[in-house]
Design a protein. Sequence first.
Length: 157
Amino acid sequence: MIELAIRPTPCPPREFSMTSKRSSVPGVGLIVGFLIVLLACAAWMAWNRPVILIDTGAAIGDSLLPLPQSRLNINRATAAELALLPAIGPALAQRIVEDRNAKGFFSSIEDLDRVAGIGKATIERLAPYATASSAGSTAEGALDAPATQPDRATEGF
């Protein structure tokens, strides 16, 4: 019988390197995976978070400035003062002043309907804040006696 001797072939020696393909810190893959999952959860929560709208108390066309504490005389008020009233912006305030200069003083708040862009609804909103006294009745300026101011939160903005 012939015996064959099989000799294992020697493996080439491994070269030692300071940079190996495997990380030298154990658990790096676990840490990186955890960070990816954490980032994905944070992104999902931010994407699906409900939007909270903050009410500034002003409707479209209203001034963000506070309303006057007294009633504003529309016959003596400047355009800047008129723009403080609800539903009156700078352009509409300028039209009121131009109409007043061209056609004379307003005898009442209802006379504002002669100005383009002002209707019954706007006049109703202005009523608690404005008056139409004659220009020479008092010398104190555009503000008349204080009026009771309705609550802006419950008013129909």
